[in-house]
Design a protein around this ligand. Structure first.
Ligand SMILES: [Fe+2]
Ligand SMILES: [Fe+2]
Length: 534
């Protein structure tokens, strides 16, 4: 009867162990927990957990504990297990001499009262260990760890069971055998699950990075953007977590929330996959899949030839009339030169305008239109110096993007949201689409894609907006933009706060907390680092 109650207690313990094991996702912690719980359950003074390495057909030491010697190796202990692995095969045959390898190969539990008196196995390993440490290995139970597919994925080796009352080393009681085997299998299943979850996580992580790489490849100039925004976002979030005063003193992002934000940051520009390359990196106003300034230059070259030809034809006419009038010829030459000079001047003006570096005042647009109104002849057909579309693009007042380009670019935020909403994120990552898709929203409601207002914007989205803008301002790898000095970027961040675009408290954390400086020193070009007052 007493034994039955004891058995019931053991089963109860086993159930609790099973629950505890299945809740642990961290592999190192889990392995350690398995050995701890198995030792506790069997009252073993020492123990080792081996995992099967399929590729090399070995048992790898993962964790080794010995209470008497006060040693804990592997797992989260920080102490590396420096013991060579045990081969499962020797000369192509199953290794049955080593007790752990025997269990790993046969799946049979081995229970030995005293290893110094046992036959059938080679115990030079434990004896050597004893010599070195002064320990005395006596009883030993080796248990296979079988997963749900009945594969042996590891071996638990437990040493020196202790009597519950006297603490003396005793053989492992027989009634423990089946229960320990069951514990080892629960452990194997938990381990398998944790490995599967880890593999899935790794796969997902790799997937996110490969998408980021795809976007990077598409645009070498904004490529590092995703990495840097993710980095900045997490720096700000960690700082918010550390704050004990101010508006965010009570905000503590949990590990899951940090993970959710990190993934959102990595995926925030995923929609750029659909943005045409020439728009993402539109370096000049006339750029499409190539810079159409080349067409204009070629065109102006033929206009110039036409002017020269006209002059020649006039001169031939003058000469063929029989009157050799130097005055007339000089006049023709002078007019031709004047026209060519004007043409060259106009072309220089167009080339400069195309760069998009300076603001297009109304006079400049008028001059463009005046140039465009002129025409030249190709195969007898009149054509304007500049097409309507060329004038439209060259008239862009600031930067290189026209309204349509801008809409195409802005569309990436909506596409990001649509793409992310397609993914069945688990509950703890449910906000990824919202955080990622909100990085171009503004507190004043003038952002895109939805024009959300301050009340609708989460702290995470606000953090991402700050990271995104600061990175874009300070990026130094764009060929068409001079890298911005740090002081100017900081000043502009201030303007965004004044205009109620960015969250003032987040910007405060970012600037006053010194994150921007850490980031600047690590990521920005040394020439950008000037004196800054915040
Ligand atoms: Fe974006
Ligand atoms: Fe971005």
């Amino acid at each position: 009867m007493a034994k039955n109650i004891g058995y019931g207690e053991h089963v109860d313990k086993l159930l609790k162990i099973g629950t505890a094991l299945s809740a642990e996702r961290n592999l190192d912690k889990l392995l350690e927990m398995i050995l701890d719980l198995a030792r506790e359950f069997t009252r073993a003074d020492a123990g080792t957990l081996y995992l099967v390495v399929e590729e090399t057909q070995e048992l790898k030491f993962e964790i080794a504990h010995n209470d008497t010697l006060g040693s804990r190796l592997g797992g989260t202990s920080g102490n590396v297990v420096n013991i060579p692995p045990v081969p499962l095969k020797v000369d192509g045959k199953e290794n049955v001499a080593n007790v752990s390898a025997y269990v790993g190969n046969t799946g049979k539990l081995v229970n030995i009262p005293d290893v110094y008196e046992a036959d059938g196995f080679d115990f030079t390993g434990p004896r050597k260990y004893d010599e070195m440490t002064g320990y005395r290995t006596r009883s030993m139970m080796c248990v296979p760890m079988r997963n749900h597919e009945d594969e042996i994925i590891g071996v638990l080796q437990l040493m020196n069971a202790r009597d519950e009352e006297t603490s003396e080393v005793i053989p492992f009681p027989e009634e423990f055998m089946a229960l320990t085997e069951s514990l080892a299998s629960q452990a194997a299943v938990a381990l398998n699950n944790a490995q599967l979850i880890n593999n899935l996580k790794e796969l997902f992580e790799a997937f996110i990075r490969s998408i980021a790489t795809a976007i990077e490849r598409k645009s070498p100039y904004t490529g590092g953007h995703i990495h840097r925004v993710a980095d900045l976002t997490m720096r700000i979030a960690r700082r918010v977590n550390d704050l004990d005063e101010g508006p965010y003193a009570n905000i503590k992002f949990s590990e899951d929330e940090m993970e959710e934000l990190r993934i959102a940051a990595w995926m925030h520009d995923i929609g750029k996959i659909t943005t045409p390359e020439h728009v993402v990196d539109k370096a000049t106003k006339l750029e499409t899949i190539f810079d159409r300034i080349d067409l204009i230059e070629t065109r102006f070259e033929s206009i110039r030839r036409e002017i020269e030809n006209q002059a020649l034809r006039l001169k031939v006419k003058i000469l063929s009339n029989g009157s050799v009038s130097e005055v007339k010829i000089k006049k023709v030459d002078a007019e031709m030169e004047k026209k060519i000079e004007q043409l060259e001047d106009d072309l220089d003006f167009i080339v400069a305008t195309n760069m998009g570096g300076e603001f297009m005042a109304d006079e400049k647009i008028e001059r463009l239109e005046k140039i465009a109104r002129q025409s030249y002849k190709v195969n007898g057909e009149e054509r304007p110096f500049l097409s309507e579309n060329e004038v439209y693009n060259l008239s862009i007042k600031k930067g290189t993007l026209n309204k349509e380009d801008r809409l195409k670019i802005e569309d990436h935020a909506l596409v990001s949201i649509e793409m992310l909403r397609e993914l069945p994120f688990p509950k703890k990552l449910a906000h990824v689409p919202e955080y990622a898709g909100g990085h171009h929203e503004k507190l004043n409601g003038k952002g895109y894609p939805f024009g959300l207002t301050a009340e609708q914007l989460s702290l995470q989205a606000r953090i991402m907006a700050v990271a995104d803008i600061f990175e874009a301002l300070t990026a130094h790898d764009r060929p068409y933009k001079r890298p911005m000095p740090l002081s100017k970027a900081v000043q502009i961040m201030g303007f965004f706060v004044k205009d109620e675009e960015l969250d003032p408290d987040v910007v405060d954390v970012f600037l006053k907390g010194g994150i921007f400086m850490e980031y600047a020193q690590e990521e920005m070009d040394p020439t950008q680092l000037d004196e800054v007052n915040v």
